[in-house]
Write a protein that binds this ligand. Structure first.
Ligand code: 3MF
Ligand code: MG
Length: 344
């Protein structure tokens, strides 16, 4: 498979049991080892991890047990010729994070969160990656008056600084999302994530991860969110997927809802040589209706849609596009793009 210099990843959560808020699981859990095999078979290069995907039940383990398990996971990846793209601290399931992690009102909860994130930084190191993704799931409110939003912002900055100081080689990519599980999150967009990063103690080590669906949920265009980060050299990774309007986070297959929107994400990534900077992560989920034995097709579809769109992007007549821009003939430009997407 020609991959045009790109490397691709997904996370274990992208092969999942299909539970939703209104119904139980519909597919059996797939063992992690089988997910790794699927990743390899589908032509992906890297696995994304939550800290406890790499080291289950890490809250119960000693530092040396954590190290041993993380190194064991790294060895398994090595065997398969795979790498870990990043490790992300799962700061949204433990009882201590009910009211948020770094922004919780309870100082004990904030201490738990920082300690857990430091363990995650250790796991990053043992797993051979310098990248930590921070999806700040519960850093926000259901009720505006519940927290001091100014103080919360300072607390997020302090947490980022503490992590940068803890591991001088660590890079952080903040993955914004405007809502879900919270009503409103404190870091809803790339602009917010970048602002925080620029104020950090070592801004060069703080970047962003754009997830297509999260941008759409914020009413923004994912390609423009990526472009904004790229303009500052701050796009560390992407979670490509799709999203049908402003509703629950759908994690649909990349390009399956809006092919033109997907094309534009691929276009800005390719025009800015993103393959030299980061990996292409796919944060997609199979539809709940999908039977267990065919519940990895969303990953195949997303990867192949990306690769086909690379071909479309690279086949564009750049000179013609420049002419049409200069002539301000955007209807003709529209037709040029539509023809490219329609195949003739
Ligand atoms: C939620 C997400 C998360 C993050 C993941 C890695 C569970 O909408 O997108 O997936 O991507 O935690 O940071
Ligand atoms: Mg994501």
């Amino acid at each position: 498979m020609e991959k045009y210099g790109y490397r691709f990843s997904f996370g274990p959560w992208n092969i999942h049991e299909g539970a939703d808020p209104f119904g139980p699981t519909v597919r059996p859990s797939v063992p992690f080892e089988q997910k790794l095999q699927t990743l390899k078979e589908l032509g992906f290069d890297a696995m994304q991890f939550h800290d406890d995907d790499a080291v289950p039940d890490l809250d119960e383990l000693s530092p040396s047990q954590i190290e041993a398990q993380a190194r064991q996971m790294k060895a398994r990846l090595d065997d398969l010729g795979l790498v870990a793209e990043f490790v992300a601290p799962r700061l949204w399931e433990h009882p201590m994070t009910v009211d948020g992690a770094f922004t919780a009102n309870d100082p004990k909860a904030r201490a738990y969160a920082l300690d857990r994130a430091k363990k995650c930084a250790d796991i990053c190191r043992y797993m051979g990656t310098d990248l930590m993704v921070l999806w700040l799931a519960r850093e926000g409110t259901y009720l505006r008056e519940a927290k001091d939003a100014v103080q919360a912002t300072h607390r997020l900055l302090e947490a980022v600084n503490a992590l940068l100081e803890y591991d001088p080689r660590l890079r952080i990519a903040i993955e914004p999302k405007p809502n879900e599980p919270m009503d409103l999150a404190y870091i809803p967009t790339i602009g917010h994530a970048l602002a925080l990063g620029f104020r950090a103690s070592d801004p060069a080590r703080v970047g962003t991860l754009v997830e297509s669906a999260h941008a759409v949920l914020a009413g923004l265009d994912p390609a423009d969110e990526m472009s904004f980060a790229l303009a500052f050299g701050k796009l560390g990774s992407v979670h490509l997927n799709d999203q049908n309007g402003l509703k629950f986070d759908q994690d649909r297959s990349f390009g399956s809802v809006d092919l033109r929107r997907a094309f534009n994400q691929v276009r800005v990534l390719d025009e800015n040589r993103f393959w030299e900077v980061g990996m292409v992560g796919l944060d997609v989920k199979a539809l709940r209706t999908q039977a267990p034995e065919v519940a990895t097709k969303h990953l195949r579809n997303s990867l192949h849609t990306f690769l086909r769109l690379i071909e479309v992007v690279r086949s564009l007549d750049r000179q013609r596009i420049d002419e049409l821009r200069a002539a301000r003939d955007y209807e003709e430009l529209d037709w040029l793009i539509l023809k490219a997407l329609l195949g003739r």
